[in-house]
Each structure stands twice: as structure tokens, then as C-alpha cells.
Design a protein around this ligand. Structure first.
Ligand SMILES: [Zn+2]
Length: 99
């Protein structure tokens, strides 16, 4: 069984998570100004790397929070997990303060 580390909940079974696709995809500021080709590129075109990949994951059957993970697509081994969102940095600081 593959374990995935939710940054908030810790190690959990893969079945609790949903894959959210490639991370760091930036939505165009003004989609009305894009051509159909540019919009299609934003919607459908992904890097699909062989090796290290930055991905979005949702802890769907747990805290229901999104986070970013770095995973090797060849070995399925996760390298790191990272909180995202406006409170990610604050919560990370709190954790350091509590230790
Ligand atoms: Zn969680």
C-alpha cells in the first residue's frame, strides 16, 4: 500500500487522496483576450515528465485540504509535501514555534 503524507494529517493510505494534476499552473488573468489555441493550451497541455513531477493532491477522505507534492513518476516515490494557501506559511511557523 502506498502511503502519502498529508502536511496536516500525516501518513495516510493512498485511497484517501485524489490526484489533482500538475502543480504551478497559472490561470491567465484575462481569458477573454486569449485565442482558442492559447486557451486550449492552458486547459489541456501538461508537461507529463518522466522523473520528478510537481503535483496537486487533495486529502479527499481526510481534512479535505489541497497540498503540493513532489513525486518521481517512474518510481512513484514521493520526495516532499508542501502546504499551499494563505495560511500555509502561518501554520508552518506555528509548528516550528511549538517544537
Ligand atoms: Zn489531511
Amino acid at each position: 500500500m502506498l502511503l502519502i503524507t498529508c502536511p496536516w494529517c500525516g501518513d495516510r493510505a493512498e485511497a484517501e487522496f485524489s490526484y489533482g494534476g500538475e502543480a504551478d499552473i497559472v490561470r491567465p488573468l484575462s481569458s477573454d483576450d486569449l485565442t482558442d489555441r492559447e486557451w486550449g493550451t492552458y486547459i489541456f497541455m501538461r508537461q507529463n515528465p518522466r522523473g520528478k513531477s510537481h503535483e496537486m493532491w487533495l486529502h479527499a477522505q481526510g481534512c479535505r485540504r489541497w497540498f503540493k507534492a513532489t513525486r518521481d513518476t517512474v518510481t512513484y516515490k514521493f520526495d516532499s509535501f508542501e502546504k499551499i494557501g494563505p495560511t500555509a506559511h502561518v501554520q508552518s511557523d506555528r509548528r516550528v514555534d511549538q517544537e
